[in-house]
Design a protein around this ligand. Structure first.
Ligand SMILES: [Zn+2]
Length: 148
């Protein structure tokens, strides 16, 4: 696997995964700082550079689980909105059965829509993750490129 920078030919390159890991842990700050361009300052300059590298090499965000949690909470709210008034009115069995049915119905229809929405998001996330996994960063010129 040729990981040299296609722009400047430097061998001082790092995969996004490793650069991000190194950039977000304090232990390897000096290590990465030393392999980086000589014009980078010392002390605070290093930590800033680290943060920038970590930011640049951030893996794609996995956000579709937020939608799933919101959906589950909404189903519970629908169930409680039926269950609580029924219990207060003394209709225990009807209230429980009705809330379960409503929860199941809301769950079924909501899930149909949600899975359509998240299928796209999941595919996009997968593609972005794959791209990120093959992304490399040149520590000499800052070029980012893909290694297959
Ligand atoms: Zn380069």
């Amino acid at each position: 696997m040729n990981t040299a920078c296609p722009k400047c030919g430097a061998a001082d390159t790092q995969s996004f995964a490793i650069a991000n890991k190194a950039g977000t842990s304090s232990g390897s700050v000096a290590g990465l700082g030393m392999t980086a361009d000589g014009s980078i300052g010392v002390g605070r300059g290093f930590s800033t550079q680290q943060t920038e590298i970590a930011k640049l090499t951030q893996p794609p965000a996995n956000v579709f689980w937020v939608q799933e949690i919101v959906f589950i909470v909404l189903c519970l709210v629908v169930m409680l909105m039926i269950l609580i008034p029924s219990l207060l009115a003394g209709y225990y069995v009807i209230g429980i059965v009705a809330s379960l049915l409503a929860g199941a119905a809301a769950g079924w229809f909501g899930w149909q829509k949600l899975s359509r929405d998240t299928t796209k998001a999941r595919a996009a996330y997968k593609a972005a993750l794959l791209k990120w996994e093959h992304s490399w960063l040149c520590l000499r010129c800052g070029n980012t490129y893909y290694v297959r």
